[in-house]
Design a protein around this ligand. Structure first.
Ligand SMILES: [Cu+2]
Length: 350
């Protein structure tokens, strides 16, 4: 993981050097500003499930709202399904299903043609149904604001038909780490790690995005690495995270495109542990059952408005399915997820 992070950085540094030596590309770059950035993050619009895939023209604001939902059911041990009864021989409680839904608000503002700043906030609701060894079933829920994210997007290099940028940011620990609910054991039980709303730490991240267009085809690749500097107040740190995703899309017109996307995620294990969570009680209280690698496939579509008073508006939807997962220990089986959202652009338009 660290290796791919270094490779990305090296690639980025080399690219900066190449583009600064290549003076005659400046003309192309101006053209690209007009074609691909101004109003038109739209022209290369990737899937709505990808964050920070584009930049904006100087003075432009963008406001976005997304809704994301994800379902999990059953348990995985390493890379195969494991039955509830098997889990219940080692633990008192087994989780059966979990659903997560998230409302995300985002803002972007282009300080210059080369620098866009971005902020994101989210509110999520997590529901989990669980079963006890005795056969009793119960449910827990947590909801609230998660961690805020701030980032700077800096343009790296661009040619006639593609553009790329570096993302540097941090998440801010605004999400609650002590969500509780009523269970058969306690009036006020602390919920498992995946039900908590934040990391509890300032987590810097760095990303690289390249996206382009080739007649009716749009494409893009984005990688991001997030690092946990320290443990939180509850004496643990979530794992570092590496995500790489790439997409391919087809424009049927200037107003509509269809996309396919694959993503690879590597979430590191939790280090330390919250002393209040009894690791013998249920798998998700045990930090040995954290850390996983997943591959997801997605299909999506974007509807784009290129003129009139709502110029720059985009409505997108994307659905996906986890097709491969390899988890450390025993964890929940991730299945279907989907994201839908709308983006509005306003401000400077030359
Ligand atoms: Cu934007």
């Amino acid at each position: 993981m660290l290796h791919s992070f270094r490779t990305t950085l090296l690639f980025v540094l080399l690219s900066i050097q190449v583009s600064s030596q290549d003076d005659h590309t400046m003309h192309h770059q101006d053209k690209l500003d007009n074609d691909m950035q101004h109003d038109s993050h739209l022209i290369t619009s990737g899937p709505i499930g990808v964050m920070g895939d584009h930049m904006h023209h100087k003075g432009t604001f963008m406001f976005s709202y997304r809704y994301m939902k994800m379902n999990m059911s059953g348990m995985y041990a390493n890379s195969s399904i494991v039955g509830e009864s098997e889990v219940l021989t080692d633990f008192v409680i087994v989780p059966s299903t979990m659903s997560m839904s998230m409302h995300m608000l985002g803002g972007m503002y282009a300080v210059s043609n080369d620098v866009t700043i971005m902020a994101m906030a989210n509110y999520s609701t997590n529901d989990m149904s669980l079963k006890m060894r005795s056969g009793t079933e119960f449910e827990t829920e947590s909801n609230g604001f998660g961690d805020l994210k701030l980032a700077i997007l800096a343009k790296l290099f661009a040619k006639d038909n593609y553009t790329s940028h570096l993302t540097i940011g941090t998440s801010i620990p605004t999400g609650n780490l002590e969500k509780r609910d009523q269970t058969p054991m306690s009036e006020n039980a602390l919920l498992a790690y995946p039900m908590q709303l934040g990391s509890g730490t300032w987590d810097p991240f760095v990303g690289f995005t390249i996206a382009g267009i080739e007649s009716s085809l749009i494409w893009g690749v984005q990688s991001q690495f997030q690092y946990r500097i320290s443990k939180n107040d509850m004496e643990y740190a979530l794992g570092n995270q590496f995500i790489m995703t790439s997409w391919l899309g087809y424009k049927t017109s200037e107003h509509l495109n269809f996309t396919l996307r694959a993503s690879f995620e590597d979430h590191g294990s939790i280090s330390g542990s919250n002393p209040e969570m009894n690791p013998m009680m249920m798998p998700l209280f045990n930090t040995e059952n954290s850390g996983q690698r997943r591959v997801n496939l997605y299909a999506g579509t974007n509807w784009l408005i290129n003129d009139g008073p709502f110029k720059g508006t985009r409505i997108g939807i994307e659905g996906g399915q986890t097709v491969y997962q390899n988890v450390d220990g025993i964890q929940m089986n991730q299945g279907f997820q989907f994201t839908t959202g709308i983006q509005f652009v306003f401000g400077s338009s030359h």
